[in-house]
Design a protein around this ligand. Structure first.
Ligand code: PMP
Length: 391
């Protein structure tokens, strides 16, 4: 149990410093290779960086419009049409946000009444739990089960009651690397339609899907566009995680509700970066294809290394992350393991237990990020290979 902070509101008492910040600080303190937090160790395309510099020099430095600049809203709309055939009106159905994080917070604050329930899948990205709590909502989780992170439809259906407001989905999924398939998405969609639920879907890893699989936005399924709010961001697609340019799109009334909350969180952000991301979204097919190929190669380097090191590896189909079970190495507790890993071999990872309500399931699972240069991954693997000999 976390020590109580007497100033912190009751609904946030379960939250402390995010594990990503803790583990990044540990990496710096111990001079370890940081495979904890999900940020790339190379910047995105130079022409996109140049576009941001140009935007600053051209004087795009004051508050942009509340919805986001028009050229970026148009670019988001064109992107959705180009990749998924989704028609989005850039004037009424797109909102630019301070990263996907703000879009998530604004959605939950805007859409959920205090006491209403939000269903999500565990393990879940920690922002979800906090955003639900900030909205005063109640979290209900459905477990994604190893080795393939499938879920039980009956369990999902049993979580819905008259107090359920929405399903919060994330595909491709952090931390598991699962890409929800058509059948799974159809089951979720059917339930949402039958029970008249909204779906908020976080698709920030939409372009990091491997092995010929494809990302399916749930809003493209029958009867879903009118009840879905889709969230994405420039962070993972363009490798500028520090710029915090995200967006949401959905039917105009739903989006207008989210806009009200967003407007009083940050109002607007990142004026020059909005201009740069408007350019980035127009990059050609090769950019997007190579992004996924390059990341799949990095996934292979790390996953093969983790297997050699003796872990049970749940090979991801997308994202930046691979989860392992540490028990084959004789370890049991992922939190202890991650705090000790820098001492043992100079690598930092993240314990998945913090992404679970069911701590027993999460306890032996640990997440490694592979969005790093191949030589960094090779070096990390060399270090991880020494673990076996230490037992
Ligand atoms: N959603 C998921 C699933 C993520 O993994 C992340 C970043 N780690 C975000 C949202 C946050 O995106 P942004 O940086 O655009 O706020």
């Amino acid at each position: 149990m976390m020590a109580k902070n007497p100033y912190l509101a009751e609904r946030l008492q379960d939250f402390g410093t995010t594990i990503f910040a803790e583990m990044s600080a540990l990496a710096i303190r111990t001079d370890s290779i940081n495979l904890g937090q999900g940020f790339p160790d190379t910047d995105g395309p130079n022409q996109v960086a140049e576009a941001a510099i140009k935007a600053i020099k051209d004087g795009h430095n004051q508050y942009p419009p509340g919805l986001g600049i028009e050229s970026l809203r148009v670019a988001v709309s064109e992107h959705q049409k180009r990749f998924y055939g989704i028609e989005v009106d850039p004037d009424t159905e797109v909102l630019i946000t301070a990263g996907a994080s703000e879009a998530l917070a604004a959605s939950l604050i805007a859409l959920v009444e205090p006491g209403q329930e939000v269903i999500t899948f565990e393990p879940y990205f920690d922002v979800y739990a906090a955003a639900i709590a900030m909205a005063g909502g109640k979290r209900r989780v459905v477990t994604l089960k190893t080795p393939d992170y499938s879920f039980d439809y009956e369990e999902l259906a049993s979580k819905v009651n008259s107090n359920t407001r929405l399903i919060l989905l994330n595909s491709p999924h952090n931390p598991t690397g699962k890409v929800f398939n058509h059948q799974e998405l159809s089951q979720i969609a059917k339930l949402a339609v039958e029970k008249d639920l909204l779906v908020v879907t976080d698709e920030v890893y939409e372009h990091l899907v491997f092995d010929g699989q494809s990302h399916i936005p749930i809003s493209t399924l029958p009867d879903m566009s009118e009840r879905t709010l889709t969230i994405s961001s420039a962070a993972k697609t363009f490798g500028f995680t520090g710029w915090k340019i995200g967006w949401a799109h959905g039917p105009s009334e739903l989006l207008a509700a989210v806009r009200i909350a967003k407007q009083f969180l940050t109002y607007v952000n990142g004026a020059p970066f909005q201009h740069a991301i408007a350019e980035a979204l127009k990059l050609d097919e090769n950019y997007y294809m190579n992004l996924a190929l390059d990341m799949a190669n990095k996934r292979d380097i790390l996953c093969e290394g983790l297997e050699k090191a003796g872990f049970e590896v749940f090979r991801p189909s997308g994202t930046y992350y691979a989860t392992v079970d540490i028990r084959p190495l004789g370890d049991e507790d992922g939190i202890e393991f991650c705090w000790d890993l820098p001492n043992r071999c100079g690598v930092v990872a993240v314990p998945n237990e913090v992404f679970y309500d069911n701590k027993t399931i999460g306890k032996p699972l640990v997440r490694f990020a592979y969005c790093k240069k191949p030589e960094v991954l090779d070096h990390a693997v060399e270090k991880l290979l020494t673990l076996k000999a230490q037992k």
